[in-house]
Ligand binder design. Structure first.
Ligand code: GLA
Length: 387
């Protein structure tokens, strides 16, 4: 496949010069949802699907972008002197944003590039195609210009570009997973300190199955930012009665003891989710390490209930998928994954139940919702790298 991309690159831009190849993955989060901007823990892993980049240096200050996913848009040309977001720039706002964020840190980009991109993450699925494009860009900028940045720096630069160039106020989880992923491992990340640890995902006789609801409700970005604001409000009120820096500093007991300091019921529910979900993530990793997969699954289920009822980021289609999954013998756990309001669920399913899972949920979902779901039995892959 990479060979095909190189052929396309040569056809578009000519065959001369040194052509380099890169890959950065998408991610799925196993547990610890909406905790990454609340100083809590997350537990994502990188996938083997993601974004490929074929890149060659130029001598002038022009950048040419082409995406195999958006062939109709053709080659989009811009200049290093024009690193500002614009509607017309479409998807190229992501790589441009990363370039902008490097320059902002004093790493000036000396000459332009020809770039071809291809992503095999399903569109709008919430498996972090944009974070993978950001990490990919960070990686090829580092390699091309010899910038002295680590993969963690690349994740932070990606987040900065998404927050301040592309206007989505996301946390660090997606970029971190894409940059720092490790085959067969999930990353237990403390988003408060960025300390992390790899935990082998040993599921013995089970698999990770992602189910794509193929819906994406349009309120995603505004609702995401609302949740952030509600959590900040709750934190401010709690700080009047307890000495904490983030919601992730609280145990469940401490939260229960102080929760009345939060005036609005909505903010109290949001904070409750943030606190409990963080503790669930910590416990889930302990369970996985101890080989207690059943406990891990129960924590995933509880995570879904909390995201549905307290954080209110699920939606009808996702709840249908999770309810169907919970009824199937051999399903160890199932929950919504990612930002919410559509996208995907993640389930741990016993090997001998995978076929039933796919066929029976597929049929029932089609009947109830009127369109197909998609299923991916996934492998955990490495973080961004040169090919
Ligand atoms: C989106 C954001 C992440 C994280 C998740 C929810 O994927 O990009 O930073 O907040 O939602 O856990």
């Amino acid at each position: 496949m990479v060979q095909k991309l190189i052929e396309k690159f040569k056809e578009l831009y000519g065959a001369e010069g040194e052509i380099r190849k890169y890959f950065a993955p998408g991610r799925v989060n196993l547990i610890g949802e909406h905790t990454d901007y609340n100083g809590g823990h997350v537990f994502p892993c990188a996938l083997t699907i993601g974004t490929y980049g074929i890149v060659r240096s130029r001598e002038d200050r022009t950048i040419r972008f082409y995406s195999v996913n958006f062939e109709k848009l053709g080659v989009i040309e811009t200049s290093l002197d024009d690193l500002v977001p614009s509607k017309e720039a479409g998807w190229t706002n992501y790589p441009k944003g990363v370039m902008w964020a490097f320059e902002k840190r004093g790493m000036k980009i000396p000459y332009g590039l020809d770039v071809l991109i291809f992503g095999d993450i399903p569109n709008g699925s919430g498996l972090s195609s944009s974070a993978s494009l950001e990490v990919l860009t960070g990686l090829f900028l580092k390699e091309t210009y010899g910038f002295d940045v680590s993969m963690v720096d690349i994740a932070l630069i990606g987040q900065d570009s998404e927050n301040n160039f592309n206007g989505c106020n996301c946390g660090i989880m997606d970029q971190f997973a894409s940059a720092m992923g490790k085959k067969d491992n999930a990353i237990f990340l403390d988003t408060n300190t960025l300390k992390y640890e790899y935990a082998p995902v040993v599921l013995e006789d089970a698999k990770i199955v992602i189910t794509n609801s193929k819906v994406k409700h349009s309120l995603v970005d505004s609702a995401y930012n609302d949740r952030r604001n509600e959590c900040e409000q709750a934190l401010k009120e709690l700080q009047k009665v307890v000495d904490i820096k983030t919601l992730g500093d609280l145990t469940e007991e401490e939260f229960e003891a102080h929760k009345d300091a939060i005036q609005s019921e909505v903010c109290r529910k949001r904070a409750k989710h943030a606190v409990y979900e963080n503790q669930r993530a910590i416990r889930a990793v302990q369970a996985l390490k101890a080989g207690e997969i059943k406990t891990f699954g129960e924590l995933m289920n509880a995570s879904h209930v909390s995201l549905r009822d307290d954080y209110e980021v699920s939606c009808e289609e996702i709840d249908i998928l999770v309810d169907l999954a919970w009824k199937i013998p051999g399903v160890i756990g199932s929950r919504i994954t990612g930002g919410g309001f559509g996208g995907c669920t993640v389930s741990i399913v016993k090997n001998d139940a995978v076929d039933t899972f796919i066929s029976s949920i597929g049929k029932a979902y089609q009947e109830k919702v009127g369109h197909d779901a998609e299923f991916y039995v996934v492998e955990i892959g490495d973080g961004g790298h040169v090919i």
